[in-house]
Design a binder for this molecule. Structure first.
Ligand SMILES: *Cc1c(COP(=O)(O)O)cnc(C)c1O
Length: 401
């Protein structure tokens, strides 16, 4: 417990700073590095510091072996082959390499790309860039649950559609997309499927062949690994997918992500991937039970609605519309809790969540929504305390209005 044992003196006007124990419910924004993952990484910073590209001496070869192990561990998490994994600096870089790389590689077939407005900015902004450079990007609507209309998708896809970008699970609502069906339709028309599985990793079963994904990316820091390391899966057979490079340099990672490999990060991502795979079912069950408990307690207050698809949702995420309140007011009055309104990425701008807006919520409803995301170390006591704090605050703010 972060502050256990520290003095708990309260100063007038500083109640918020003095909270003894911060309850972290923002695991979709980032997670703490798991202790065993950290231990696995540490020697690779200063004891075994070789460059994985230095084949002429043992420190280099040792680092290369560690990278190979990390690659196997990450491949295994998504049921891919190790030589289909490219290490990157995170999901955003992987999205850029995949989407821009596919757009360039397949531009002779066409320039039409399909996606949905609920994607992460890592994807949406990359697509926006392409749309300003001669590509036709079509974003199809989602329903109130954040789900796509597959008939509409089938009608939208054309012979010149080269790429379909769909996220496996949404970071704000947890809504799980039907990637398998999307891939079937896309492949029937010869389009490549790129899946953002950043939130799905460690929270649901991930198998690139079951999903039919041709490109798929994840990020270590969303699954108890370090920040600044990610991985991109690039299908090598049935069919082989090619990417044109968008970064240039020493030719590392099959020429797609040149630059000296982040050995500690890759070791950490590998350990995190193995941990996630081994604990998947237990953790999913635990988190979904705690999530149910949290939702049941908070929704004892009236006029609270769950955003997203409650039948197809990540086990750890709840996005709640609290009618008549502003999430920013809620946050000011619940400083013992760490959670978010909208997503971490859009909260700086204080604009209503683009995801909730795309699902048909009004500005007011989007501003009244909060996201709570549980993690592997979240306890029942924390859930109870958080629910109590949130209920009290809702009562207080509603009474005050
Ligand atoms: C966090 C996140 C990203 C960006 O990941 P980084 O590794 O931080 O660049 C992309 N997509 C989704 C769904 C995410 O949750």
């Amino acid at each position: 417990m972060p502050n256990a044992g520290k003095s708990n003196i309260k100063f007038a006007g500083m109640e918020s700073e003095a909270s003894a124990h911060l309850i972290y419910l923002d695991h979709n924004a980032t997670t703490a590095v798991d202790k065993a993952v950290l231990d696995a990484m540490l020697p690779w910073f200063n004891q075994k510091f070789g460059n994985a590209a230095s084949k002429s001496h043992s420190p280099g070869r040792e680092a290369a072996d560690a990278v190979a192990t990390g690659r196997e561990q990450v491949a295994s998490l998504v049921a891919a082959e190790p030589d289909e994994i490219i290490f990157t600096s995170g999901a955003t870089e992987a999205a850029n390499i995949a989407i821009r790389g596919a757009a360039l590689a397949y531009h002779n077939k066409g320039k039409h790309i399909i996606s949905w407005p609920t994607e992460h900015p890592a994807v949406l902004e990359t697509l926006h860039h392409l749309s300003q450079n001669g590509y036709e990007v079509e974003l199809l609507p989602v329903d109130r649950q954040g789900q796509p209309d597959l008939d509409r998708f089938e009608k939208a896809i054309r012979s010149d559609t080269i790429l379909v970008c769909a996220m496996t699970a949404n970071n704000e609502t947890g809504t799980v997309f039907p990637i398998t069906q999307i891939s079937k339709i896309a492949h029937h028309h010869g389009a490549v499927v790129c899946a953002d599985a950043t939130q799905a990793a460690g929270k649901m079963r991930l198998d690139v062949n079951e999903l039919g994904a041709d490109l798929l990316f994840i990020s270590a820091h969303k699954m108890y690994g370090p920040k600044g390391t990610g991985a991109l899966y690039v299908r090598r057979k049935n069919p082989r997918v090619t990417l044109s490079p968008v970064l240039f340099g020493g030719g590392h990672e099959k020429g797609l992500r040149p630059g000296t490999l982040n050995v500690p990060g890759i070791v950490g991502m590998g350990a995190a991937a193995e941990r996630a795979a081994n604990n998947l079912w237990d953790e999913c069950n635990r988190m979904s039970q705690l999530r149910t408990r949290l939702e049941q307690m908070i929704t004892l207050e009236p006029e609270i609605f769950i955003n997203g698809d409650i039948r197809n949702r990540l086990p750890n995420t709840t996005n709640l519309l609290i009618k008549g309140l502003r999430a920013s007011d809620m946050l000011l009055h619940t400083t013992s809790l760490a959670y978010s309104f909208g997503s971490a990425c859009s909260s700086e701008k204080q604009e209503p969540s683009h995801v909730l807006k795309a699902m048909g919520l009004t500005d007011e409803e989007a501003y009244a929504s909060i996201r709570l995301s549980l993690g592997k170390d979240t306890t029942e006591a924390e859930v109870d305390a958080a629910a109590e704090t949130i209920r009290k605050t809702i009562k207080y703010l509603r009474f005050r209005c």
